[in-house]
Design a protein around this ligand. Structure first.
Ligand SMILES: Cc1cc2nc3c(=O)[nH]c(=O)nc-3n(C[C@H](O)[C@H](O)[C@H](O)COP(=O)(O)OP(=O)(O)OC[C@H]3O[C@@H](n4cnc5c(N)ncnc54)[C@H](O)[C@@H]3O)c2cc1C
Length: 460
């Protein structure tokens, strides 16, 4: 077979018109201000990060390659386990991730394991970096690890040091020794998915998980569904309304997974992210002390919104991880697969398609990093825009990869069909993309109303 020294429509790198070669002839200033390079794009983006975040990115990539890559097929295809059971490979993953500090990075010692230097960057930014690397290898395993951060978030965001000491510190001590100690986050109810995340819906719906005052504590009754890791978590942040009140009375209770009356009934057999369970939880007269409340009575609605605002950046980043993998799989295929005696990559239509996929993926990452890294405070409209844009476009990138690979992309071996199954879920959880779009307008509403009454025009 002939050695290929260029793809159709391009000059060989040694050609006299090659821009990288000719650049050397430019003035020092010209060379200082322009650059042509054939360099790994992941490396370029990593080098642009501050040193400690670049280190985190490399650490997570290495972790995923070592501990997740070998089990991608195993955990995706494993038999659907009854609620409460962890696959041995999943247990091992949790243990390794704990030792590697991936489960405890929200807070610094002695509560967590974040390096003090990293606290200059928002948790949303740090988790976005972590999650992209894990999702690029397997978003099911990533969700198994990352739903835990969602469960911890209300405790950390409550600012309640006593609650952090009580709940977060033992978790950190266990995980750093390799002992799984998962948290889960429970807001969704069978009759309140979007209504648990959207003000208008909540104001017109009735919550079904209720906390009834009894003696010095509370009794929880009702049902939560689709709770990631809810069947295997040691602690669950449960959002419940006070008896005879609405969502505005929502209160966050940290409930022990082994608590009497808590029935972890079943898990869903879902289309994607199968390494992570989605559990139905029944609360049959679950008695909890008042000390189980984090953030204060009736503070749950605010705590939930604050949690979702910080966690939507990482959800956007998981979609970027999946899109990146789709780009890599498609690029590899277009290099190896031959059509009409030459690599598929020689066709310029294919090159245009690939360039579009790569540009979309990297522009999403840039947007997320800019928004999540722009300050300590997570903002609803920015987080929501990152979430719906990244997850919608990541699915489009996966479909473009399938366009390029045609029937070869359909086989399980290619890895692409799993990405398509997984990425679809990111458009549903943490608020459907419709709900996230509404969040952008909710933020703008005061300005828009003011404009309606003669105020300044609103710029975008
Ligand atoms: C893999 C996975 C993991 C999950 N993990 C968790 C978890 O850990 N904890 C947890 O609490 N929940 C979790 N969920 C639940 C998830 O957050 C909900 O599925 C999601 O909020 C949507 O709710 P729903 O499924 O009840 O849809 P519904 O709320 O019933 O929505 C149905 C449709 O109506 C649309 N819609 C609803 N209201 C409006 C409106 N006002 N305007 C326009 N359109 C609207 C929605 O966009 C959607 O298209 C998870 C879900 C999945 C798929």
């Amino acid at each position: 077979m002939n050695v290929i020294d260029h793809f159709d429509g391009h000059l060989p790198p040694q050609h006299r018109l090659d821009p990288a070669r000719r650049l050397q002839e430019l003035s020092q200033l010209g060379r200082a201000l322009t650059r042509y390079e054939s360099r790994d794009l992941w490396q370029i983006d990593t080098d642009r990060l501050p040193a400690s975040l670049a280190r985190l990115r490399r650490h997570c990539r290495n972790f995923a390659a070592t501990h997740m890559a070998p089990n991608v097929r195993l955990l995706d295809e494993a038999e659907h386990l009854p609620a409460g059971q962890l696959h041995p490979a999943a247990r091992q993953l949790l243990s390794s991730a704990g030792r590697a500090g991936l489960m405890t990075g929200m807070l610094p010692a002695p509560l967590g394991s974040a390096a003090v230097a990293d606290l200059r960057y928002s948790p949303a930014f740090r988790f976005a970096i972590q999650v992209e690397e894990l999702a690029c290898v397997c978003s099911g395993q990533m969700l198994l690890l990352s739903a835990h951060q969602l469960g911890l978030a209300p405790i950390c965001l409550s600012g309640d040091l006593a609650a952090m000491w009580r709940h977060v510190r033992p978790m950190t001590q266990d995980f750093l020794q390799g002992i799984p100690h998962l948290f889960a986050y429970a807001i969704t109810e069978p009759s309140a998915g979007s209504d648990a995340e959207d003000g208008h819906g909540a104001a017109h719906n009735t919550p079904r998980v209720i906390a009834r005052r009894e003696g010095r504590g509370y009794v929880l009754e009702g049902r939560k569904c689709f709770i990631s890791g809810g069947d295997v978590a040691r602690k669950i942040a449960v959002f419940a309304a006070l008896e005879d009140e609405g969502f505005d009375s929502w209160t966050c209770f940290v409930v022990d997974g082994e608590q009497r009356g808590l029935e972890r009934q079943r898990t869903e057999l879902k289309m994607g992210m199968r390494a992570s369970s989605a559990a139905e939880l029944n609360f049959n007269a679950v008695h909890v002390p008042a000390s189980a409340i984090v953030g204060g009575l009736r503070q749950g609605w605010a705590l939930n919104r604050a949690t979702l605002n910080t966690s939507r950046y990482p959800v956007a980043a998981m979609a970027v991880g999946v899109a990146r993998r789709a780009c890599e799989i498609a690029m590899e295929h277009c290099l190896r697969h031959r059509l009409g005696g030459k690599p598929l990559l020689s066709y310029q239509e294919v090159q245009l398609h690939l360039a579009q996929m790569i540009a979309e993926t990297r522009s999403l990452r840039t947007f997320i990093w800019q928004q999540a890294g722009g300050g300590m405070q997570a903002r609803q409209s920015e987080a929501a825009m990152c979430k719906f844009l990244a997850t919608d476009r990541a699915q489009a990138v996966c479909e473009m990869a399938l366009d390029l690979m045609a029937e070869h992309g359909l086989s399980q071996d290619a890895g692409l069909e799993k990405l398509l199954r997984d990425v679809r879920l990111t458009r549903i959880f943490e608020g459907t993309n419709q709900i996230n779009r509404l969040g952008v307008i909710e933020d703008l509403q005061p300005l828009l109303l003011a404009r309606l009454h003669g105020g300044a025009a609103v710029s975008v």
